[in-house]
Ligand binder design. Structure first.
Ligand code: HEM
Length: 509
């Protein structure tokens, strides 16, 4: 008996060693093939990145949102194109932006990347170009220029609430990271669901939904690198990773919020409780309306993915632009004075209604917003696209089909040939006789067939927020250790880890 079990153990050990050897040999073979026989073998970059995508995982997950900074550093060593993963190239030549994202390029989104947002059934998440075209066509009427105009009163109302709260808090410093995001979150959620959220009225702007969205952000890279982890996350005990546990709880809370609000919207639809101007969700939940491509095959409620991506795409981006812009305006007395003077010149009685068309015609306000968009970037991760079906020429390099390519908006917005002194906030750069040529390099909203669907809404929010804030209030920065917004972690959105912007405000003259 003893002999038999010894024999079994020995055989098992031999089998395991054999399997391990095969795995090892396979790994060596794959590494060798990727290094020397892959279509991207001739592109420069770290050898380890050419061998395994775990190279990126290390910077995304272990270092935490450090991949972009690392890639930008790699360009200093390797030049304008770098192989950043076995099948992926990153460019930092601004010509590549047009070559990759323009309508003519026709590259598709990289499915392996976009699955981490868990919104495959949304305009943002769909990969197939034809499906994307249909979704964008259906959503367009709700986010067109005309729709943004009809949203104006809603936006005004929210911004007025913000101004009133800031004024009331007076000597108490207000956290503007939260404050701006409560406004944008309220605008998009109320537009989508027609149910008041009132995040802006929360004590110290600490709206639970907003805090949960923010807390769940770092989970993104974990899910991207280990997709099946989503299944196991509920079982990861706190003692293994308190931070992952917290992120997961926040992630679940956002999902629960959406499920609940969609369930309520469904009841409203069934009761037809909105006769005129129903919220966006009702158009999609109404069983009598047929939206091609909008049936949800998964177990999630209908419109869930769309709502999740719209809330995230629509709130943090504008909030971040307002925070970064406000910081720079307050840091620069000349800019601050010039902006206030321009606003006062066309809007002498601040309690009277100002026409948004008038605001949109103001050269300095427009330049300030453009500069705020440039320095806040939008989505900083290189938006990955798959070349195909033929090879393509990107910034002068011939790239084989099926290669994943991208260029971060940061590589364009921080290019000193296009934007001299790129780290400085200089609205005047947008007002020179030659400035209209500069517009094509402001790529915050991306370009081409997958360009931002909500840019008109974003512009309307930005005009009203900046104008109301700087015309109606006298504002000053509180504290001297505030983050200067130069450094950020890359979690698709830029995450600033320094002290958030706090201000004190009082009613202006
Ligand atoms: C300053 C504000 C904003 C910036 C900088 C911004 C930026 C972007 C960028 C760069 C993309 C392309 C993403 C990709 O290719 O993966 C995008 C897509 C998108 N954005 Fe925005 N966005 C802003 C505001 C908004 C708002 C307010 C909404 C609507 C509520 C919105 C809705 C969308 C949607 C639905 C997409 C997906 C389009 C597609 O993939 O076809 N965005 N946005």
């Amino acid at each position: 008996m003893q002999d038999l079990s010894n024999l079994l153990c020995r055989n098992l050990a031999v089998l395991l060693a054999f399997l391990l050897a095969i795995l090892l040999l396979h790994a060596v073979y794959v590494a060798f093939a990727r290094l020397f026989f892959h279509p991207l073998s001739d592109f420069p970059g770290p050898r380890l990145a050419a061998v395994t995508s775990l190279y990126r995982t290390y910077f995304d997950v272990v270092q935490g949102g450090e991949f972009l900074q690392h890639v930008l550093m790699l360009h200093e060593v390797h030049g304008p194109v770098v192989r950043v993963a076995p099948n992926e190239l990153h460019f930092n030549d601004y010509r590549a932006y047009h070559d990759i994202y323009s309508v003519e390029a026709r590259f598709t989104k990289d499915a392996n990347f976009y699955h981490c947002f868990n919104t495959g059934d949304s305009a943002f998440g769909v990969i197939d170009p034809e499906e994307s075209r249909i979704r964008r066509t259906v959503l367009h009427p709700f986010f067109s220029k005309q729709a943004a105009t009809s949203l104006e009163d809603r936006i005004r109302h929210k911004v007025d609430q913000l101004v009133a709260h800031l004024e009331k808090r007076c000597s108490i410093p207000s956290n503007m990271f939260l404050a701006f995001r409560t406004v944008t979150l309220d605008i998009i959620t109320e537009y989508l669901f027609g149910q008041p959220q009132n995040a802006v009225n929360c004590n110290a702007f600490q709206a639970p939904l907003l805090l949960n969205i923010q807390d769940s952000v770092p989970l993104l890279w974990l899910i991207k690198s280990f997709p099946s982890l989503v299944t196991f996350l509920p079982y990861i005990p706190k003692w293994i990773s308190l931070s992952v546990h917290r992120q997961f709880v926040a992630f679940c809370s956002v999902q629960a919020f959406l499920e609940a609000i969609l369930a309520r919207a469904l009841v409203d639809v069934s009761k037809s409780s909105w006769s005129d101007c129903p919220p966006v969700s009702h158009h999609f939940l109404d069983p009598f309306r047929q939206f091609k491509g909008f049936c949800c095959p998964s177990t999630k409620p209908l419109f869930f993915d769309e709502a999740l991506s719209l809330i995230q795409a629509g709130s943090d981006t504008v909030g971040n632009t307002c925070t970064v812009g406000t910081f720079h305006i307050l840091r620069n007395k000349r800019t601050h004075n010039r902006l206030v003077a321009e606003l006062k010149s066309v809007w002498p009685e601040k309690d009277e209604r100002v026409d948004i068309n008038l605001l949109q015609s103001l050269p300095y306000l427009t330049a300030v917003i453009k500069e705020a968009l440039r320095l806040s970037h939008g989505f900083v991760t290189p938006l990955p696209r798959v070349v195909g079906p033929q090879s393509a020429t990107i910034a002068g390099f011939v790239v084989p089909p099926h290669t994943i390519v991208g260029i971060s908006v940061v590589a364009v917005h921080m290019n000193s040939d296009i934007f001299p002194e790129p780290h400085s906030f200089i609205p005047e750069r947008w007002m020179l006789p030659t400035s209209s040529a500069l517009d094509r390099y402001l790529v915050s909203f991306s370009k081409g067939p997958r360009t931002c669907l909500g840019s008109s809404m974003a512009w309307a929010e930005l005009y009203l927020i900046f104008a109301f804030l700087f015309r109606k209030l006298d504002i000053e920065i509180v504290g001297d250790k505030i983050d200067d917004y130069r450094h950020f972690k890359d979690y698709f959105i830029p995450v600033h880890t320094g002290e958030p912007l706090h201000i004190r405000a009082r009613r202006s003259e």
